[in-house]
Design a protein around this ligand. Structure first.
Ligand SMILES: [Zn+2]
Ligand SMILES: [Zn+2]
Length: 171
C-alpha cells in the first residue's frame, strides 16, 4: 500500500531472512540459504508505475529490527558519489540511446563483430571467441556441433577483399 515501509533483516550467520511490514514481523524465511551462501544484492521488482525508496542506512530506520543487533548495508558498502546516482527511467533511457552500439556487434561481448552462427540451430550474432565458450545455444539451448562463419559476414569479407583488390589496381 502507498506509504508502507517494508523492512528486511538478513542474518547470514544464522541463515534466515526476516521481513517486516510497518514494523510488524512477517514469518521468517530461510529457503534462500538452500540455494546460495553469499553474494546478496538488494533488489525489488515493480510494475512500471510503482516506485519505492530504498534506505540502506543513509537515514535512521523508521522501524529498526527489534531484539537483535544489526548493521546497515551502508556500514559495509562503499560507493563513489557517481555510483550512488540512480537516474529516473526516462533519463537513463536517454543516456543509453546516446551510447552507440554497432548493430553487428556480438550479442555476448559487444566488442567483436558478430561473425559466426551455430550449427545445427543456425542462431547467429556471436563472435568466434564467444561462440567457442558456448556449449549450447543461448537462444534455443540446442547442443552446438559447429560454429561457422555466417553468410552476412562471409559476403562482407568477400566485398571487403574486392575493394582491397580494386584499391591495389588504383595504386
Ligand atoms: Zn563476442
Ligand atoms: Zn539456437
Amino acid at each position: 500500500m502507498t506509504g508502507d515501509t517494508l523492512g528486511l533483516l538478513l542474518n547470514i550467520d544464522e541463515k534466515y531472512l526476516s521481513f517486516s511490514l510497518n514494523g510488524e514481523c512477517l514469518p521468517s524465511y530461510d529457503d534462500l540459504f538452500q540455494y546460495s551462501s553469499g553474494g546478496y544484492f538488494a533488489a525489488a521488482s515493480f510494475m512500471s508505475y510503482q516506485q519505492c525508496e530504498f534506505n540502506f542506512g543513509a537515514k535512521p530506520f523508521k522501524y529498526p529490527p527489534k531484539g537483535t543487533l544489526f548493521k546497515t548495508f551502508n556500514d559495509y558498502g562503499t560507493m563513489t558519489d557517481e555510483e550512488k546516482k540512480i537516474l529516473p527511467r526516462h533519463m537513463r533511457l536517454n543516456l543509453i540511446k546516446n551510447f552507440q552500439v554497432n548493430e553487428d556487434s556480438c550479442t555476448i561481448c559487444f566488442a567483436e563483430k558478430a561473425s559466426h552462427k551455430l550449427v545445427p540451430c543456425e542462431h547467429g550474432g556471436f563472435c568466434f571467441k564467444c561462440s567457442l565458450q558456448l556449449e549450447t545455444c543461448p537462444m534455443c539451448r540446442t547442443q552446438i556441433h559447429e560454429r561457422v562463419l555466417s553468410e552476412s559476414s562471409r559476403s562482407r569479407t568477400a566485398s571487403d577483399s574486392a575493394e582491397d583488390q580494386s584499391a591495389d589496381k588504383d595504386t
